[in-house]
Design a protein around this ligand. Structure first.
Ligand SMILES: Nc1nc2c(ncn2[C@@H]2O[C@H](COP(=O)(O)OP(=O)(O)OP(=O)(O)O)[C@@H](O)[C@H]2O)c(=O)[nH]1
Ligand SMILES: [Mg+2]
Length: 46
């Protein structure tokens, strides 16, 4: 079986839910609290 390492870059308008989507997928959590604006988010999921 081949194992692929992918890097995904999420870009979009401010406040559309990019960080929320990433945190939901990687950590399984969703927060209504607005994250700090313009803060890049780097996460890793195996
Ligand atoms: N109801 C609802 N709220 C959401 C959803 N996704 C994000 N939000 C809310 O929208 C707000 C902004 O979400 P962020 O994930 O911070 O958006 P972002 O695209 O990362 O914003 P920037 O980092 O400023 O570009 C937060 O208050 C989230 O809780 C969703 O699917 N449903
Ligand atoms: Mg964000």
């Amino acid at each position: 079986m081949n194992i692929y390492k992918l890097k995904i870059c999420m870009v979009g308008e401010p406040g559309v839910g990019k960080t929320s989507l990433i945190k939901r997928y990687v950590y399984g959590v969703f927060s209504e609290i607005i994250s700090k604006r313009w803060e890049p988010t780097y996460t890793k999921k195996r």
